[in-house]
Design a protein around this ligand. Structure first.
Ligand code: FAD
Ligand code: NAI
Length: 476
């Protein structure tokens, strides 16, 4: 007889493992199916985020930023360091150690919350009163039944036709996080989030980096003021060569290196020679092999599972969350959908405001935003007032030697409600959260302006940007 559960979650990335823990907390007998293997061949929980995404990339971003600081920024503080050496093996081992700690941490959380880990890959077999799911693991196949199913199978890197990713020379995120030596010349296809973050890591460690981007504009999702500033810093100050409006024609891999033939924005044929190439052109949902047709689960033409605002699929009691459904491919979005679905199954009335999901690019400076951009408001015919405050006028930022960038707040011209927040600064990831919170509470720029902010803190720049909406900054 197959094992029976109230809730079976397929996939243990940030969406799935959080959904499983919350379902178990709510008293459901819960299992989570996951068959991910790490490079050592061990089964690991945590999905893309913990194994080959958020966590390892942030570890390398931090280590490489230390190198950048000691080589270029400490001198301004009167500190010189001679003979700085980078031990890439140790840096990678540190990153792997963090990943190991985090993924083992989920095993502990599963035990603590009595979530059963079913080791293998899950596939819908049959729908009826309950759903029958086959789990294919190293030890063979078993079937389990579930009253409720949460699909959280995530995404994988999109590859380009004709370009073979071997994850040694031509890499997606997996290989690009694991280089054993710093490439002399690194090519990156795609100036999106991964291209900029991983391009920054390897540039800081000494690679000459060229990023080839198909679109004619840079960071199109950001507020124009931010993308302009980011362009200036990344290209002029840091030396990332970013070519916009290009078309990739051919990638040839030889023993001596990789050649990328491309057409530039003027229509001229160009060649980029590099020793490693990262292909970071977006991600595609994982729905192959899920057995969706066995049960009639609706999947759209691009492979995303179709869901409504409550993450309900077309099948009763089957939900889908995270990267495998519409919306931004972000770990915190996946997690919050996981919590919401578990609570929904328990008869609660959870709600996610998709307008207040923050985006953060962990470059240096970091780029963070929430809500609408000024150009979006204009396009939608919303009259706004905006306020901007530079970190140049913030004492803490000057003390830290991180005085580049600014905060921009966008408020409705009539109601003053905050519609968007945009921060470019070394610590933007932490600063954006205040604006997210205010937006969640439907707050106004005047609210931020009237909240006491500690001094001296970077957060004072957020308050000053709010004051600037009403043209009454105090320190500028
Ligand atoms: P995933 O994390 O992809 O997990 C899905 C899991 O399902 C996987 O473990 C997979 O093995 C498993 N699975 C798939 N099919 C089956 C099956 N049939 N049966 C059982 N299991 C299955 N987001 C951020 O918010 N912040 C960041 O800083 C950030 N950095 C990133 C850096 C990189 C390099 C990358 C690639 C991504 C990054 N992301 C970041 C995005 C983030 O990783 C994803 O949005 C997030 O992991 C999505 O979570 P998920 O649970 O939907 O899917
Ligand atoms: P992306 O969508 O951020 O960027 C892809 C870029 O590649 C785009 O600018 C696109 O125009 C360009 N592109 C597409 N096809 C191309 C082609 N043929 N030639 C040249 N350029 C091309 O995708 P990316 O960087 O792969 O990251 C995937 C996702 O992972 C992100 O969208 C994000 O959801 C998530 N992520 C989040 C991070 C964070 O939150 N800090 C960090 C890294 C990834």
């Amino acid at each position: 007889m197959s094992k029976q559960f109230d809730v079976v979650v397929i996939g243990a990335g940030p969406g799935g493992y959080i959904a499983a823990i919350r379902a178990a907390q709510l008293g459901f007998s819960t299992a989570c199916i996951e068959g991910w293997k790490n490079p050592k061949g061990e089964l690991a929980l945590g999905g893309t985020c913990l194994n080959v995404g958020c966590i390892p990339s942030k570890a390398l971003l931090q280590s490489s930023e230390h190198v950048e600081q000691v080589e270029h920024k400490f001198a301004d503080h009167g500190i010189t360091a001679a003979g700085v050496k980078v031990d890439l093996g140790k840096m990678q081992a540190r990153k792997d150690g963090i990943v190991g700690k985090m993924t083992k941490g989920i095993e502990y959380l599963f035990k603590k919350n009595k979530v059963t880990w079913l080791k293998g890959f899950g596939k819908f077999v049959q729908a009826g009163e309950t759903y029958t799911i086959e789990v294919a693991g190293a030890e063979g196949k078993e079937t389990v039944t579930a009253k409720h199913v949460i699909v959280a199978t995530g995404s994988k890197a999109r590859h380009l036709p004709g370009i073979t990713v071997d994850n040694v020379n031509v890499c997606d995120n997996e290989g690009a996080l694991a280089f054993g030596a710093v490439p002399k010349k690194l090519g990156v296809i795609g100036a999106g989030v991964i291209g900029l973050e991983l391009g920054s890591v390897w540039r800081r460690l000494g690679a000459e980096v060229t990023v080839l981007e198909a679109l004619p504009n840079f960071l199109g999702a950001c507020d124009d003021a931010v993308s302009k500033e980011a362009w200036k810093v990344f290209t002029k100050e840091q030396g990332l060569a970013i070519k916009l409006g290009i078309k990739i024609d051919k990638v040839t891999t030889k023993k001596s290196g990789i050649t990328v033939d491309y057409t530039d924005d003027k229509g001229l044929a160009q060649k980029l020679e590099c020793d490693k190439l990262i292909v970071s052109v977006g991600r595609v949902p994982n729905t192959d092999g899920l057995g969706s047709t066995n049960v009639g689960l609706k999947v759209d033409g691009r492979g995303f599972i179709e869901v409504d605002d409550h993450c309900r699929t077309n099948l009763p009691n089957v939900y889908a969350i995270g990267d495998v459904v519409r919306g931004p491919m972000l770990a915190h979005k996946a997690e919050d959908e996981g919590v919401a679905v578990a609570e929904f199954i328990a008869g609660q009335k959870p709600h996610i405001d998709f307008n207040t999901i923050p985006w953060i690019i962990y470059t240096s400076p970091e780029v963070a935003w929430v809500g609408k951009t000024e150009q979006q408001c204009k396009a939608e015919g919303i009259a706004v007032r905006t306020g901007q405050f530079p970190f140049m006028a913030n004492g803490r930022a000057l003390g830290q030697g991180e005085s580049g960038g600014f905060v921009k707040i966008i408020a409705d011209a009539k109601t003053d409600r905050v519609l968007g927040g945009h921060v470019i600064h070394a610590h933007a990831s932490e600063l954006i959260q205040e604006i997210v919170t205010v937006m969640e509470f439907k707050g106004a720029s005047e609210d931020i302006a009237r909240i006491v902010h500690g001094h001296p803190t970077l957060s004072e720049a957020v308050r000053e940007a709010a004051l600037a909406v009403d043209k009454r900054t105090l320190n500028l």
